[in-house]
Write a protein that binds this ligand. Structure first.
Ligand code: R5P
Length: 264
């Protein structure tokens, strides 16, 4: 998708796995610049990215790394004594094989400062308004204050409605407490907006705080949807879930590629 947006050829990558579990990639390149695209959704994806960068660097003048989704970005500080800043560790490793990094809606923009090479961010949140149906008196809500700008971006692109946010307190990776906002949700179409849905705990707990909404739509830039997240959302009463293709899932209704292509 990104290659076609850029009008550049798509390099064929071969992936192998040895009997001992190690992975190996192979990518023959012909151009002066290589754009390595990797959503680092797993540890294997991180390893493959480092290998692709290394293979690209030995064949081209310039390597640009695009991280549609950057894994480990949420561990952007040591929340408890003895923990690593995982985002920094990943950013340092990724920096060694590239001239530049582009990433889409990272959990916090400051993650860019962790790279040793120039890093820029792309905002794909506005596109989440596109798959929404016609809404009645819509309220665009973020489950915490940090995601209010994403809710505003979706509301602005949609062109109608109000925005508000909940207050969220996280107790563990699967348990969150959400305090309701003052906004009236009765008989209104509610669109919840966040950067990522991982376990679905945040969104399903947020939905429990809504009082008598007409319909509930859940949108996010990165639809990780780990484990039973999709079922959790359905049980909570969601009408539809929409995400971008930074992580390719059944709910990936819009592409971040045009926004990335514009940045490149
Ligand atoms: C955290 O602040 C993020 O913005 C998301 O709200 C969070 O990562 C979602 O995770 P989960 O779906 O596991 O609650």
């Amino acid at each position: 998708m990104l290659a076609s947006e850029l009008g550049e050829p798509l390099a064929p990558v071969e992936y192998d796995r040895f009997a001992d579990g190690e992975t190996l990639v192979r990518v023959p390149l012909r151009d002066d610049r290589a754009v390595v695209v990797a959503s680092t959704v797993s540890d294997t994806a991180h390893i493959e990215l480092l290998q692709l960068q290394d293979a690209a660097a030995s064949q081209t003048e310039e390597v640009i790394t695009v991280l549609p989704y950057m894994g480990y970005a949420r561990q952007d500080e040591a929340f408890e004594a003895g923990q690593p800043v995982s985002a920094r560790a990943m950013a340092r490793a990724i920096s060694t094989g590239t001239d530049r990094v582009v990433t889409v809606n990272p959990h916090e923009d400051v993650v860019c400062d962790l790279f040793d090479v120039p890093c820029t961010t792309v905002d794909a949140a506005g596109r989440l308004a596109e798959p929404l149906p016609a809404l009645d008196d819509p309220l665009f809500l973020s489950p915490d204050a940090g995601a209010i700008e994403l809710a505003k971006a979706v509301q602005e692109t949609y062109g109608a409605g109000e925005t508000d946010f909940f207050e969220k307190i996280r107790h563990s990776d699967t348990k969150v407490e959400i305090r309701p906002s003052d906004a009236d949700t009765a008989d209104r179409d509610v669109v919840l907006v966040d950067d990522i849905i991982a376990t679905g705990s945040t969104m399903s707990t947020a939905i429990e705080q809504l009082s008598g909404p007409a319909r509930v739509f859940v949108t996010c830039v990165h639809p990780m949807l780990a484990g039973a997240a999709r079922t959790k959302l359905a049980t909570a009463g969601v009408d539809s879930v929409y995400g971008t293709d930074t992580i390719e899932r059944a709910v990936s209704a819009v592409s971040a590629a045009p926004a990335i292509a514009e940045e490149l």
